[in-house]
Design a protein around this ligand. Structure first.
Ligand code: FES
Length: 106
């Protein structure tokens, strides 16, 4: 289990323990985190799982593949630290990961 902190656009924070091997999106869905809808179920076709990854964690993630980056480009207010949470697979190394959800996803 790995601790992940989800922060919404109003700075409400929720830290939960998520099973390793799941995605950050799946952890959110299983724990009723608002702001991550995941309409496509994780197939990189919706961007409703868009999150901003805190800078200190960004370098610990594998780089986004082209398909993920293309979808991020179509997301609401993409930033340099934007990722699709369905593509971030949880492991021990990500213990303490902090992600924020954009304003539009609430
Ligand atoms: S859940 Fe649809 S792109 Fe991540």
């Amino acid at each position: 289990m790995t601790k992940i902190t989800y922060i919404d656009h109003q700075e409400n924070s929720k830290t939960i323990e998520v099973e390793n091997g799941l995605s950050v999106m799946e952890g959110a869905i299983q724990n009723n985190i608002t702001g991550i809808d995941a309409d496509c179920g994780g197939s990189m076709a919706c961007a409703t799982c868009h999150v901003y990854v805190e800078d200190e964690w960004l370098s610990k993630l594998p780089q986004a593949e082209d398909a993920e980056q293309d979808m991020i480009d179509m997301a609401f207010e993409p930033k340099k630290n934007s990722r699709l949470s369905c593509q971030i697979i949880i492991s021990e190394e990500l213990n303490g990961l902090v992600v924020k959800t954009p304003t539009k996803q609430s």
